[in-house]
Design a protein around this ligand. Structure first.
Ligand code: BES
Ligand code: MN
Ligand code: ZN
Length: 495
């Protein structure tokens, strides 16, 4: 699908559908947005006459055909909710509702007159990015594994009626590349573990490397053995799928610019191992490679838009399985850093593959390292499905990530990483245990990783609650690709 920026008037735009916003809902009077008012005047009150059929609540829609004196075939009215409560969330809901309606009605092209709404103090570039990402998300389909595919969406062109400006053109390119990256992360997440194996992830990295001229290196089991990645190897020990450590580099900035390292948890299926998970909803553990998917998605986005950044993506990928060769509770392994770990629970495997990957990241002399992981169920309990958990050993980095997340509206909430929590990781037999008990479970997991990031400016994103939706809407969200892309760009000095 194509997006373009063009100065347009809503009454004369020759398009399949003009999308217009209407404030209203919950006892507040309905109010037409300026472009809706223009169409209403031109059509001698056709919109106002129809308003009784629109609730005005955020995301409500009403489709009109043959509005007099209007060039477009259809007019789609979209409720924005009460004007005084209108903000980022309502804007996003309105865009999604519009995109869903456009998809269902079968229009080929549309003009989205929501693009220039005032959303608190956000610049137009923000609206534009959200409009593109929201529309692309609404049109995303995953049906490659069905015999019966849903028909291809008819919507081919969306015009964003905004003034021509170099900044907006750049925001548009960024948003489209970010949507491509988020789509990739979503699809990798949605693919089942019998298809999306560590080998498959390495193949996807190779495809990206070929398409975007990235540097790729894939370490095999024997390489990990030589290096001494005892923690990573412990997790993969019972799996029949060969583990991979994928290193994918994009260099869009000068040679002297230290890279941003993105480290993504790539457990393609997490059974829990010998500390086996209960059967209910275990299928969702195919999403346990979402961190890896988001790293590949972010690299795709940044390379696709030719961003002036250097990024190295590091993905430890394997399965966590029970079996005769499996690591067992109480086993002690030596990590790449030399520190030893008593594995008291084999289901706390994410930190075991990440700790070796973090140590490995040191060799790229990164400016900063951000790891992304579906690490703990405890994070879902703490923050639900709205905010990603943020931890960092550097407050300036944490602030930067939080601001980027707010900008991308792919939000995070910072959690403490105080030394006081380290005590919970005490082991009677090794340098540390891999679990810290139930209290503060996502914090002790992050505290474990912190022991392997002492030489790094490092942040950790726990995306267990935000990477996928459960229930009827089960599926990958593509988060936090928008955040990672925004952060990489802002960190490189682009606003
Ligand atoms: N992949 C899971 C975390 C997870 C659980 C994400 C549920 C999303 C939903 C991780 O490997 C895990 O199993 N963590 C354990 C850690 C515990 C054993 C200390 C958990 O959260 O229960
Ligand atoms: Mn686990
Ligand atoms: Zn896991």
């Amino acid at each position: 699908m194509e997006f373009s920026i063009k100065t347009l008037s809503p009454e004369t735009a020759k398009t399949g559908c003009v999308v217009l916003g209407v404030y209203g809902g919950n006892e507040s009077p309905k109010e037409l947005t300026p472009p809706a008012r223009r169409v209403d005047q031109r059509s001698r009150g056709a919109l106002r006459a129809a308003l009784a059929d629109l609730s005005g609540k955020t995301g409500s829609t009403l489709l009109l055909r043959g509005v007099p004196q209007v060039a477009a075939e259809r007019v789609l009215l979209v409720g924005l909710g009460a004007k005084k409560e209108f903000g980022e969330a309502a804007y996003r809901d309105a865009v999604r509702a519009a995109a869903n309606a456009l998809r269902d009605l079968g229009a080929k092209d549309a003009a989205l007159f929501l693009a220039d709404l005032k959303v608190n103090s956000r610049p137009l570039g923000w609206n534009l990015r959200q409009a593109v990402l929201g529309t692309r998300e609404a049109l995303y389909r995953f049906d490659q594994l069905r015999q019966k595919k849903s028909p291809a969406p008819s919507l081919e062109r969306v015009t964003l009626p905004l003034p021509p400006a170099a900044q907006l053109t750049q925001a548009l390119a960024e948003a489209q590349a970010t949507a491509d990256g988020a789509d990739l992360a979503r699809t990798l997440g949605n693919l089942p573990s019998n298809i999306c194996t560590p080998t498959y992830l390495a193949e996807q990295a190779k495809k990206l490397a070929q398409q975007f001229k990235l540097q790729l290196e894939v370490l095999e089991r024997k390489d990990m053995e030589k290096l001494g990645m005892g923690a990573f190897l412990a997790v993969t020990s019972a799996s029949h799928q060969p583990p991979k450590l994928i290193v994918l580099r994009y260099n869009g900035a000068g040679k002297s610019v230290k890279p941003l390292a993105l480290v993504g948890k790539g457990i393609t299926f997490d059974t829990g191992g010998i500390s086996l998970k209960p059967a209910g909803e275990m299928d969702e553990m195919k999403f346990d490679m979402s961190g890896a998917g988001s790293v590949l998605g972010a690299l795709r986005a940044l390379a696709g838009m030719k961003a002036p950044v250097n990024v190295v993506g590091i993905i430890p990928a394997c399965e966590n399985m029970p079996g005769g060769h499996a690591v067992k509770p109480g086993d002690i392994v030596t990590t790449l850093s030399g520190q030893t770990v008593e594995i008291l629970n084999t289901d706390a495997e994410g930190r075991l593959i990440l700790c070796d990957a973090l140590t490995y990241a040191e060799r790229y002399k990164p400016d900063v390292v951000v790891d992304i992981a579906t690490l703990t169920g405890a994070c879902v309990i703490a923050l639900g499905h709205i905010a990603t958990g943020l931890f960092a050993n550097d407050q300036k980095l944490a602030d930067e990530i939080r601001e980027a997340a707010d900008d991308a509206w792919d939000r995070v909430w910072q959690m403490p990483l105080w030394e006081d929590y380290q005590e919970q990781l005490r082991s009677n037999f090794a340098d540390m245990a891999n679990i810290g008990g139930r209290p503060g479970g996502s914090i002790t997991a992050a505290s474990f990783l912190a022991r392997f990031a002492r030489k790094l400016r490092w942040a950790h994103l726990d995306i267990a609650g935000t990477a996928w939706r459960t229930g009827r809407e089960k599926g990958s969200t593509g988060r936090p690709v928008p955040l990672l892309v925004r952060f990489a760009l802002r960190h490189a000095g682009r606003k």
